[in-house]
Design a protein around this ligand. Structure first.
Ligand SMILES: [Ca+2]
Ligand SMILES: [Ca+2]
Length: 296
């Protein structure tokens, strides 16, 4: 009964020890979890797409002396007349029988997600407001000048002296070298001028998720949880084995040793007869008696 209670106490101490050893691991795992971070349930996380402008000097702020890489034809000029932004823009036409050109050549990446051409235009004209005579053609050309597409055609009947932005999706031309081409033509009278500024061709990479986006956040919490519990249970079973062996050793030696030492006094009774021989002195008178009778 006392042994059973002692064993229960031993198990309870070991179990408490196990709980105390496990507590820092659990609290460490809780502390390692990022606070307020949404759990990843396997849904892909899309990266923010990065974009670049393929056109250079699209705002023409390099000035009239350095219009490159734009290629100017006719009497097209980079001018400080009516810029949309900064100090300079492009001025085309505005003279009799005008024929001006402007283009920049670019190569659209084959793996681009999106490609969008944007530009600002403004028109000033003294020609008729209902019948078109003077034009601005915005086209796409191949690298050798072959016409590919007409994006927009403006004329003297459009809104006047107002900056307007135009935009076109060029994603169908990915992987091709293109010329972004402007041409302004005018008839022999009543001049019309076109102004251009802030021409951009924005190309964005694909926003599809990659495998690294899904796996990197989930790897950090699982590492701390699996490492700590496996180390602590292996130490505790060895401690219980040493505790249970001590009570079995103490009862057996003490009762068996003491009875074997007590039979030692048994030789003492055999020694006592030798002590009773000492009163043999009174025998001497019995030897005297025969000697007295013979003398009489
Ligand atoms: Ca500008
Ligand atoms: Ca005209």
């Amino acid at each position: 009964m006392r042994f059973g209670k002692q064993r229960f106490t031993t198990v309870w101490v070991v179990f408490s020890w196990f709980l105390i050893a496990l507590l820092p691991a659990v609290s460490g795992a809780i502390a390692a979890a990022p606070p307020g971070r949404p759990s990843h349930s396997g849904s892909p996380v899309a990266r923010a797409a990065s974009c670049i402008d393929l056109l250079l000097n699209g705002d023409f702020e390099q000035g009239p002396s350095r219009p490159d890489p734009w290629v100017l034809g006719g009497f097209t000029e980079v001018s400080d007349q009516r810029p949309h932004s900064g100090h300079f823009g492009v001025w085309m036409g505005d003279y009799q029988n005008a024929d001006d050109t402007l283009y920049q050549q670019v190569t659209l990446p084959a793996d681009a997600g999106t490609a969008e051409l944007r530009y600002w235009w403004s028109m000033h004209s003294v020609d008729d407001i209902e019948t078109p005579y003077d034009y601005l053609y915005v086209t796409l050309q191949a690298a050798d000048g072959t016409p590919l597409a007409v994006l927009e055609t403006l004329d003297n009947t459009a809104v006047r002296d107002v900056w307007t932005q135009a935009s076109f999706d060029l994603s169908d031309y990915r992987g091709l070298s293109l010329r972004i081409h402007f041409r302004c033509t005018g008839n022999e009278q009543f001049n019309t001028g076109f102004f251009l500024d802030d021409v951009t061709l924005e190309v964005c990479e694909s926003a599809t998720p990659t495998p690294t986006d899904i796996w990197t956040p989930s790897a950090t919490p699982t590492g701390t949880l699996t490492r700590t519990p496996t180390a602590t249970p292996t130490g505790t079973p060895t401690a219980t084995a040493t505790l249970t062996s001590t009570p079995t050793a103490t009862p057996t030696p003490s009762p068996t040793v003491t009875p074997t030492s007590t039979p030692g006094p048994t030789p003492t009774p055999t020694g006592t007869p030798t002590a009773t021989h000492t009163p043999a002195g009174p025998l001497t008178p019995r030897c005297y008696l025969p000697f007295v009778l013979r003398a009489g």
